[in-house]
Design a protein around this ligand. Structure first.
Ligand code: HAM
Length: 457
């Protein structure tokens, strides 16, 4: 042991430890893969609260939970668009042991539509989900290879009123979290009567500039000119900004529908901005598209949710023509935005009571057995109870109780045990009280309820 070890507060080396004979374990193999992360307590408490709040809100809007597999046949996801980055570059796809082409879910809409086509539920079919999504992207803050989304979809009603309900569901969720710096941007992708003519016009316009902007630009335009519109490549921005806009080329039906969406949003007091170049990352969108952007995040990752209407996806999967609309909200990004705006912070969770074994010289383990029994009974009757393990002094147990954040300790002693009682000590006021063992759980529950009421008022 040398002074340096001591001054760094490190443990003294154990000279009796066995010297490993094998090569040391490569610890980099035992870390979460790049672009993924573990969510540990207390951060996970925040996740649970987040999902619970979304679930409650979705139920209020009439949505039921849908659970689809984490992987699907590759074809399901190919339907979201061959020209999209998600399909071209980011899919986690592989061949399974039966030789099937499989992909991990990169987005949530295609599996929901696949399930709809497969099971023919009655319409309108209103469902919500919470699920991990996988995209092979370059990881950075707010952009991960596994991220989580909560989302919602409505299938079977092609009505702008539904578009507004879906937008309102997401909009209210951000508000309920306390986020204030969230901007809603909307656009319309038009329908089969307006889009082909617009795409032809856009392609022609963009190709006119291809000579000066290079091969990648030309390739993108040829694959799908719409994909160029929301590109962030700096050199292309001038040309993109002057490109013809879809909303100026909508069919009468699409325009009327989009106008109703806007009118209703205004009537509900939901503020929005028009974003004529918002095409979003999938080919399935027709009609209304929207995105929620956080002004508290970097522009590259400021989308904290987005969605839109998709008119053809069910048919493309062999189903009857069925229009749908929905959105996905990125859980990690919203939580980063909550941090940036200092709202919806994790509530510290802790035990309600800490059981202390104060049996004198507990060699027979009587006190320890009593502590185990009491902790069990309290937990089973709804009280969060904690204790220490092993042979710890009363002083050490009280120290652990303090650290645990519990409001009260229940002290077990021989003298009280004779009277079938325990001593409850309030760690805040220092008050001490003897309580009968039989009514203890009920008494503690009552005190806890009172504590919660005082805390929340
Ligand atoms: P998306 O815009 O690709 O849409 O994803 C939805 C949200 O998930 C984004 O706004 C963002 O918050 C989050 N997100 C996406 N990629 C990542 C990533 N790599 N890391 C962290 N967060 C991410 C969809 O997925 C559509 N399925 C939405 C939809 C539903 N459209 C119609 N219905």
């Amino acid at each position: 042991m040398n002074d340096a070890t001591l001054s760094r507060g490190g443990r003294p080396p154990r000279y009796d430890a066995a010297v490993p004979e094998e090569a040391p374990v490569d610890q980099s193999r035992f870390r979460a893969p790049i672009g993924t992360h573990d969510v540990l307590p207390p951060e996970s408490e925040r996740w649970m609260a987040f999902v619970a709040a979304f679930a409650e809100r979705a139920a209020r809007y009439g949505f039921g939970l849908v659970l689809t597999p984490i992987f699907e046949h590759l074809e399901v996801f190919q339907r979201v668009g061959e020209s999209t980055d998600v399909v071209r570059k980011e899919m986690y796809d592989f061949e399974d042991k039966g030789g099937r082409r499989i992909a991990l879910r990169p987005e949530g809409t295609a599996p929901v539509v696949r399930a709809f086509v497969q099971h023919h539920p009655p319409v309108p079919w209103k469902v919500w989900y919470v699920a991990p999504h996988f995209r092979y992207e370059r990881p950075q803050k707010g952009r991960y290879r596994q991220h989580w989304q909560v989302g919602a979809e409505v299938l079977g009603v092609d009505d702008p009123e539904v578009d507004v309900e879906v937008i309102a569901l997401a909009h209210g969720f951000y508000r309920a979290l306390g986020l204030e710096h969230v901007n809603l941007v909307i656009n319309s992708m038009g329908d089969e009567h307006s889009r082909p003519a617009y795409i032809a016009l856009l392609r022609e316009y963009l190709l006119d500039h291809a000579a000066q902007l290079g091969d990648t630009f030309r390739e993108r335009v040829e694959a799908n000119p719409l994909r160029v519109l929301d590109s962030k490549v700096e050199d292309w921005q001038d040309v993109i900004e002057r490109a013809p806009q879809l909303t100026a080329h909508l069919s009468d039906e699409s325009r009327e529908s989009f106008e109703i969406v806007q009118l209703r949003l205004r009537e509900l007091g939901i503020r929005y901005e028009l974003a004529p170049r918002l095409v979003r990352g999938f080919d399935y969108y027709t009609g209304t598209t929207f995105e929620f952007q956080s002004a508290a995040l970097d522009a590259a990752q400021n989308a904290i949710g987005g969605g839109g209407r998709y008119g053809k996806l069910a048919e493309e999967m062999g189903g009857a023509p069925t229009s749908g609309i929905g959105f996905g909200i990125g859980v990690e990004r919203v939580l980063i935005a909550c941090e940036a705006e200092a709202v919806a912070q994790p509530a510290a969770t802790h035990a309600d009571v800490f059981v202390v074994n104060a049996f004198r010289g507990d060699a027979a383990g009587e006190g320890s057995a009593e502590a185990a029994r009491l902790v069990y009974e309290l937990r089973e009757s709804g009280v969060r109870a904690e204790r220490t393990y092993g042979d710890r002094s009363v002083k050490a147990q009280f120290k652990a109780a303090d650290k645990s954040g519990a409001r009260r300790t229940v002290v077990l002693g021989q003298d009280e045990a004779v009277r079938n009682a325990v001593t409850v000590k309030d760690l805040v006021s220092g008050e001490q009280l003897e309580i009968g063992r039989d009514g203890l759980a009920e008494w503690l529950e009552l005190r806890n309820d009172e504590d919660h009421v005082t805390k929340s008022t």
